[in-house]
Design a protein around this ligand. Structure first.
Ligand code: MG
Ligand code: FE
Length: 174
């Protein structure tokens, strides 16, 4: 038996990789529904579409890391994550300030991702998986860039929402 297969750090590392994969699938569902619904916020829509592409690639990269380490990605968590994301997407649609709540939630979600990849980078270093460490560093940079974009645009999104809300017949919420 490979002495590393029962190493507790290796097991946690695999769990965290799977969690991250589920998180990216959840992100893909949420970003897809946000991008599809946005009409009057073209900059936000474009940035979300860019990050959606990054997110799909992140999920693929993680799956590759998981499989290289001998794990599989067809977990129950992925399905649960998708269902949760669907619920979040649906609840957001009923908010009268959908775009504002969506931007807020996205900002929080990016920081959840940032924290997850920092954990993974530390764990990858611990177990000596340089390739996965590099993948997670690359993904971390994309999450930080998205969080930074949202941070810089949050006030203008809220201001535009309030402006459009004053215009009769305008679709301010998305
Ligand atoms: Mg991500
Ligand atoms: Fe992200």
């Amino acid at each position: 038996m490979d002495p590393r297969t029962d190493d507790v750090a290796v097991e946690h590392f695999m769990d965290w990789l799977r969690d991250a994969h589920a998180m990216e699938q959840q992100a893909e569902t949420m970003l897809t529904s946000m991008a599809r619904r946005l009409e009057n916020y073209p900059d936000l829509k474009l940035r979300i579409e860019q990050h959606l592409e990054e997110t799909r690639q992140q999920a693929r990269l993680l799956a590759t890391c998981i499989e290289r380490r001998g794990g599989d990605t067809s977990s129950l968590k992925d399905l649960v994550g998708k269902a949760v994301a669907m619920g979040q997407g649906l609840s957001g649609m009923f908010a009268t300030d959908e775009v504002v709540k969506g931007a807020m939630f996205s900002y929080a979600f990016e920081h959840l991702e940032i924290a997850a990849y920092r954990n993974l980078i530390g764990a990858a270093r611990t177990v000596g998986d340089t390739e996965t460490q590099q993948v997670c560093e690359r993904i971390l940079a994309e999450e930080e860039a998205m969080a930074d974009w949202l941070e810089r645009h949050q006030d203008s999104i809220a201001a535009r929402y309030l402006e459009l809300s004053r215009v009769p017949g305008a679709q301010a919420k998305r």
